[in-house]
Each structure stands twice: as structure tokens, then as C-alpha cells.
Design a binder for this molecule. Structure first.
Ligand code: SF4
Length: 393
């Protein structure tokens, strides 16, 4: 079992942070930021925060620079402070999703003792049995699986934590309940805590006047202002790309794959021949097709030749992604994952870009959705030209 401070260092959103770091709890935000800037040991923090925002904007589910070190508490508090002054719901959702996902991954590796301490810190009414309790038997493909756990949580706390999770299997009625307590396996418990963390990050305290004043004061600190400006600049750039997703639509009966960039067609071809797709390839193609409003069945069918295909699981995952409205991956992310196929297929549009009349300059393709839009726009223009030509002949 970790000592309590180790847990706080790892999970700085725990309420007892106030007890273990009362110095930070009572510090004025300006002093807090100045302390970071003047301490050379905290020099890397700004980079870590900036990279985190970038990963959140790219809709990633992992953050390679995440570290559980002495800066972790500062990292968490600085993130929250930035979200408050950024005061932008879209940014907050992305940051909260990524941070809570990282938390879930951490919790998933925890031992029972630490998980229990975390729940106690959150003031949850949780009980831990010495021996595992079998609470359900389910049949999966002719095999009987026994579900067992040592954890049970009071139903009122269960409802509080699960109220925003819409999956049917999380409804109280679909869970094993005895004497007012719901039996939960550590994985499900971690998922509930993940949601707690997500909501905590999204929670805004304070009135707008105070927030504006805080922002004004914080932005007087040049290093902090530089970080703030970089985040805003990156967001503006990304926002421009996100907009494509809402303008491009899948039309029934129309084969739009001819307008897909090679990165997407490569994944589709691999799926078609039954080659096992990496997890990231699956996410990339699903988010991309959902943004084009492709029917759910069409997307599910793409995975039907995968060696691990399970229709129910795939349906659930596609529906979940649709509900969450994940933003499709930009070219920069696809390139960083070595999944850009522009060179391999010598795609001129991807390699050379296009001439933007609006900006009067050559521009690079920065998002696969824009690629589709561009192709659609040009084929529509060609069709119109042909029609005019026909009329004139
Ligand atoms: S440049 Fe972008 S759209 Fe083109 S293949 Fe690479 S990742 Fe895909």
C-alpha cells in the first residue's frame, strides 16, 4: 500500500490534497504561478502543460509526457487554473476527457488497498469483504463466467457517480444490489472514479467578475501569458480544422470513398482483407466516418472481417464513439503515428497542397475531412462545367 502522500501525488484531485498540501490550498494564484516560474526544478512544467493541451485538442486518449513526480500536483492545479481563465467549454471537455482517461488507466493498475483508500478519501460509503463475493454468473459464447468482487458501494453513492453514464449495464436495476450496497469489480469502480474526476475538472467555481480579474492579474506574469497565448493559438488552429467535420456529410447511396485520402483507404483495404487493425487505426477510421455521418451499420460492417470481431462489442464501441462526438484525427496526429500514406501513394493533393484563393497562397492539407470536402467540391464543380458545356454544344 502507498502512503497517503504518495496517493495524493499520484491523484492530486483527491480532497485530502488540502490537508497534505495546505500551503498550496491557501496560496494566492499569482504567488502559485510565480513560485513555479522562479523555481528551476519546475522549469519543465510549462512544456508539459502545453503538450497536454495539444494532445487534448487532438483528441488523444494518452499523454506520453505524463509523469507521477513532484510536479504532478502543480500540473493538475495549473491545468485547472488555466481552464478557469480560458472559460471555454469545448476546451474544458477535451482536457477533462483526456485527464480522466489517464486517471482511469492509473486506477486500473492499483491494488485493492489503494483503491479502497481513494474511495475513502472521496468519502464514499464503500465496504471491502475479506473474501470475494460471487455476485453474478453470465453465459458468454457457451461459457459460464463468474463475476466476483470484494468491493461494494452504497447505492446512493453509486447513483451519484453513475448518473451521467448512459450505458444500460450501469443502470442500478442492472447491477447486483444487496442490503443497499452495489457489488462492483475494481474496473467498474475505477470507471466511476474516472467520471468523478472528469466532472471535477469541468466544475467552475467563482463568478465571472472574479474570474476576469484573476485572468487579468495572471496574464501580467509574462511566462504565464506566453503559455496562455500558445494554447489559444493552437486552439484557434485546431478549431478551424474541427469545423470541417460539421460541413461534410455522407449522402445515402453515394460512394464517397473515392474522395477519401489514402490514409483512410489504406485502413479500409486492410480491414477488407481481414488484416488485424491496430487500436489507433480503428479509432481513426471510426471517428472519421462518424464525422461524415456514415450509418452505424456501415461502420460496424468494416470490422466484420477482423480476427477479434464481436458484433455486440463493436456496436457498443461505435455507438459510444458517436455519443461522445469525438473529433477525428488531424493529419499531424496521423503523421506522428506513421499512418499517413501520402508518400506511399504519391497523392499530389496531400503532398503539394492546394492554392487557396481566399488566402492567395498555397496551403497544406491539414485534415482528412478537408481532403474529402476539397475533392467533393472539385468534382461538383467539374460536373457543373460539363453541364454548361453540354447546354452550349
Ligand atoms: S496528408 Fe493527411 S489526409 Fe493526406 S494521407 Fe496524410 S494524413 Fe491522410
Amino acid at each position: 500500500m502507498s502512503n497517503d502522500f504518495d496517493l495524493i501525488r499520484q491523484y492530486p484531485w483527491l480532497p485530502s490534497l488540502k490537508i497534505y498540501r495546505s500551503d498550496l490550498a491557501s496560496i494566492n494564484p499569482i504567488e502559485f504561478i510565480k513560485d513555479i516560474i522562479t523555481d528551476p526544478s519546475k522549469e519543465v512544467l510549462w512544456d508539459r502543460i502545453y503538450e497536454f493541451f495539444k494532445s487534448a485538442f487532438d483528441n488523444l486518449e494518452y499523454f506520453s509526457y505524463y509523469k507521477i513526480d513532484d510536479l504532478n500536483i502543480y500540473f493538475y492545479l495549473s491545468l485547472r487554473m488555466l481552464l478557469i481563465i480560458l472559460n471555454n467549454k469545448s476546451i474544458s471537455y477535451r482536457v477533462a476527457n483526456l485527464y480522466s482517461k489517464i486517471t482511469y488507466n492509473e486506477l486500473a493498475t492499483e491494488n485493492d488497498s489503494n483503491l479502497y483508500s481513494i474511495c475513502k478519501d472521496l468519502k464514499l460509503d464503500i465496504k471491502y469483504e475479506q473474501e470475494p463475493i460471487i455476485f453474478r454468473k453470465i453465459a458468454i459464447k457457451d461459457q459460464l463466467e463468474t463475476l466476483q468482487t470484494k468491493f461494494k458501494i452504497h447505492f446512493s453513492d453509486y447513483l451519484k457517480l453513475s448518473s451521467r453514464l448512459k450505458d444500460d449495464f450501469r443502470k442500478l436495476i442492472n447491477n447486483a444490489l444487496k442490503d443497499g450496497y452495489v457489488y462492483l469489480r475494481p474496473k467498474s469502480l475505477s470507471r466511476l472514479i474516472q467520471e468523478y474526476v472528469r466532472m471535477k475538472i469541468l466544475k467552475f467555481e467563482g463568478d465571472i467578475e472574479n474570474i476576469n480579474k484573476l485572468k487579468e492579474d495572471l496574464l501580467k506574469v509574462q511566462e504565464f501569458k506566453d503559455l496562455y497565448d500558445s494554447i489559444i493559438a493552437d486552439w484557434e488552429l485546431k478549431k478551424e480544422r474541427f469545423e470541417y467535420s460539421f460541413e461534410t456529410a455522407f449522402k445515402k447511396g453515394e460512394d464517397i470513398s473515392k474522395n477519401f485520402p489514402t490514409c483512410m483507404n489504406e485502413i479500409l483495404v486492410k480491414a477488407e482483407i481481414g488484416q488485424n487493425l491496430q487500436h489507433t487505426e480503428r479509432l481513426i477510421i471510426v471517428f472519421f466516418l462518424l464525422a461524415l455521418n456514415c450509418p452505424k451499420e456501415f461502420i460496424i460492417n468494416i470490422f466484420s472481417k477482423q480476427p477479434d470481431y464481436d458484433e455486440n462489442k463493436t456496436t457498443y464501441q461505435v455507438e459510444f464513439a458517436k455519443k461522445k462526438g469525438y473529433v477525428p484525427h488531424a493529419c499531424s496526429t496521423i503523421k506522428s503515428l506513421n499512418l499517413c500514406m501520402a508518400q506511399k501513394h504519391n497523392d499530389k493533393l496531400c503532398l503539394d497542397g492546394y492554392f487557396s484563393k481566399k488566402n492567395n497562397k498555397q496551403k497544406k492539407i491539414s485534415h482528412p475531412l478537408f481532403y474529402v470536402q476539397f475533392k467533393q467540391y472539385h468534382s461538383a464543380k467539374l460536373k457543373n462545367k460539363d453541364k454548361i458545356q453540354e447546354k452550349n454544344d
